[in-house]
Design a protein around this ligand. Structure first.
Ligand code: ADP
Length: 647
């Protein structure tokens, strides 16, 4: 076994790998970018080395810097985690050239599975079932259009080099095909430097079910059952579970055998995942991910195994610890991905400081950030994974519902409320779902709920307490100037506090005796010892500044100074700004263009996502303030619109 390994990654997966290494007595080396000098994975590792700038290109993707760090620290092997260099065959080879063990499959297997088209051709030869489709070399419009017509609409265009849902377009009719193809090719070229695509039948109600496989260098290969990853947004997973609801032992055996055949066809060694799409009891190969997956913990929970330990053993040349007949499923596990993103704004990633992060301590939490860390635009917006295990699916669901009620996050927008709504949904509980579940249930994404009275009271009482501290006269407790009761000659002692939540203002009148009045109602309120009491009923509350957390729901408030003039709205919609920091990848208009509301103006890329900036109103492009390739800060004006002059 290795004495020391280097982890060429960051965040939760780096922390997760370090934990297993520590348990096995293996020393660890972390690498970090300038953005991560104080990160959790750096704090956990035995040694840490800076490898460059915040942007991944300048750090976590730098093969030379990572190999240097390994050499300098005497690490014997490199674990790539997932993302970054995990599926980079050149990196795997460079490790071997530097006499370092790459904790992953052979470079040849990464290459064989690297292109979706090539992998499909290979799988067809190995007898693994595919979605009907076209994945040959010719890429001209007539050939692709003819292929789509043959397959029958709807079809899905996918980037051959794809990943992360980029370069994917659903096409419902022949007439829409040329434009969709151009869009997919453009996105594929800009994301992967490769505009080749494949076309396949678009299944309308499929489940995403994948098989975890493991192979050693002694010719053994097993599967560790399936994971159901059908709950997705933007074709990307947010809830995964094992086993798959409704799975039969026959289908499991057939998919397991197909996955093992897929791995063996490319001489696989290590941990891998063969992804299938399943509809009407038929399964079809989608792709193989030649690395550890984000959702591997659910497999660990139902098998009782540590997959990182298996990776280390296999990389060190040991045989697999168990054979297929030794493996069994125990109970049910569910994982959710808690992400810094706003479901109400089309899942736009949210960046910022985690002012408060409190996750349940009685379940498995794989996190890479703590209170006080930043969610940075340079990296994936995942905050943490929560994983529960129970004897059956119903008990696992109950545990997850409880865990999500107790999760508290302040500082960034999150998908917490959406996750809660899905876990509580009857159809999800009944196992009646497919990959279109979130898209088909827009009600899951609630408009921001109005704050309950307890939240309004807690926020107002916090402001009053702060005023009291600010006003106190330190050396004279009896000074009339130190009282903040609002005393006024011949008037009752009230203070008015105006707070804003979303678009709504609340003008709350506070009496000296603790009564609060607003919107025509009066209640007695108190805030002490982590509880807010309203007319005698108290509930736990967490205050982060003026933000109130009640049962995990976040209610941010701001105090309004009633003397300030209201903001003018005359200029509404003329400035089109970057909603988060990122890189401008396309400017779709030129100065002088007339545009209509909703028209695409520019495209940005941030946090592995494309963000379209559209016109909020009809008008004409007055000026453009960014260039393609430029990094822009949040709030930077990209395009200015002006009123269209009538001729
Ligand atoms: P990526 O590698 O970009 O993540 P995948 O090929 O893994 O893309 O597909 C991502 C998701 O897109 C799948 O989990 C599934 O929900 C959906 N998908 C892929 N292929 C099809 C298809 N032929 N029909 C319907 N949905 C599909």
């Amino acid at each position: 076994m290795f004495r020391k390994i280097l982890i060429a990654n960051r965040g939760e997966i780096a922390c997760r790998i370090i934990r297993t290494a520590q348990r096995m007595g293996i020393a660890t080396v972390a690498v970090y970018s300038d953005a991560d000098a104080g990160a959790m994975h750096v704090a956990m590792a035995d040694e840490a080395i800076r490898i460059g700038t915040a942007a991944p290109r300048g750090s976590y993707l730098r093969i030379d810097a990572i190999l240097d760090a390994a050499r300098k620290t005497g690490a014997q092997a490199i674990h790539p985690g997932y993302g970054f260099l995990a599926e980079n065959a050149t990196f795997a080879e460079a490790c071997a050239d530097a006499s370092l063990v790459f904790i992953g499959p052979p470079a040849s297997a990464i290459r064989a599975m690297g292109g979706k088209s090539e992998a499909k051709a290979l799988m067809a030869q190995a007898g693994v079932p595919l979605v009907p489709g076209y994945h040959a070399a010719a890429q001209d419009l007539p050939t692709l259009q003819a292929a789509a017509n043959d397959i029958g609409y709807p079809v899905l265009i996918k980037a051959s080099a794809g990943g992360g849902g980029k370069g994917m377009r659903v096409v419902t009719s022949a007439a829409d095909f040329p434009q969709a193809l151009a869009g997919a090719q453009r996105e594929a070229a800009s994301s992967f430097g490769d505009d080749r695509v494949l076309v396949e039948k678009y299944l309308t109600r499929p489940r995403h079910i994948e098989i975890q496989v493991f192979a050693d260098s002694h010719g053994h290969c097993v599967h560790l059952f399936e994971r159901d990853c059908s709950i997705q947004r933007r074709h990307q997973k947010i809830i995964e579970e094992a086993p798959a609801p409704g799975m039969t032992s026959e289908l499991r055996a057939a998919m397991g055998n197909a996955a093992v055949a897929a791995a063996q066809a490319v001489g696989y060694v290590g941990a891998g995942t063969v992804e299938f799409i399943v509809e009407d009891g038929q399964f079809h190969f989608m792709e193989m991910n030649t690395r550890l997956q984000v959702e591997h913990p659910v497999t660990e929970m139902i098998t009782g195994l540590d997959l990182v330990e298996w990776q280390l053993r296999v990389a060190a040349g040991q045989p697999l610890p168990l054979t297929q007949s030794d493996l069994a499923i125990n109970g049910h596990a569910i994982e959710i991905r808690l992400c810094a993103e706003d479901p109400a704004r089309d899942f736009l990633p949210s960046v910022g400081l985690l002012q408060h992060l409190s996750l349940p301590a009685d379940i498995r939490v794989d996190a890479g950030v703590r209170t006080g860390d930043r969610i940075s635009p340079d990296y994936d917006p995942m905050i943490a994974k929560l994983i529960v295990h129970g004897p059956d699916r119903a008990s696992a669901l109950r545990k997850m519902a409880s865990a999500l009620r107790r999760a508290e996050i302040v500082g960034v927008a999150t998908n917490l409320a959406l996750l809660r709504a899905i876990i509580a949904h009857n159809d999800f509980a009944a196992g009646d779902f497919d990959t279109g579940f979130i898209a088909r249930h827009p009600d899951l994404i609630a408009a921001h709920a109005p704050p309950p009275d307890a939240a309004i009271a807690a926020s107002v009482l916090t402001i009053l307490a702060m005023r009291a501290v600010r006003n106190s006269v330190p050396n004279d407790p009896n000074s009339p100037w130190g009282h903040s009761s609002g005393w006024r000659m011949n008037l009752p002692t009230t203070q008015t506090v105006t707070i804003q939540s979303g678009e709504t203002n609340f003008a709350v009148h506070a009496q000296a005796d603790g009564a609060l009045t607003w919107d025509g109602k009066t209640c007695r309120a108190a805030l002490a010892n982590g509880r807010v009491t309203l007319d005698g009923v108290s509930v736990p509350v967490t205050m982060v500044g003026l933000t109130v957390l009640l049962a995990g729901a976040v209610f941010p408030f701001t105090e309004i100074d009633p003397l300030l003039p209201p903001e003018t709205s005359a200029a509404a919609g003329t400035k089109v700004t970057a909603p988060i920091p990122g890189r401008v990848t396309n400017i779709a208009v030129t100065v002088g263009d007339a545009v209509v509301r909703g028209q695409l103006l520019a495209v940005m890329e941030a946090m592995k996502m494309e963000i379209s900036l559209t016109a909020g109103r009809d008008g004409v492009v007055a000026s453009i303030h960014a260039t393609v390739g430029e990094m822009v800060a949040e709030g930077t004006e990209i395009v200015k619109l002006a009123d269209l002059l009538q001729p």
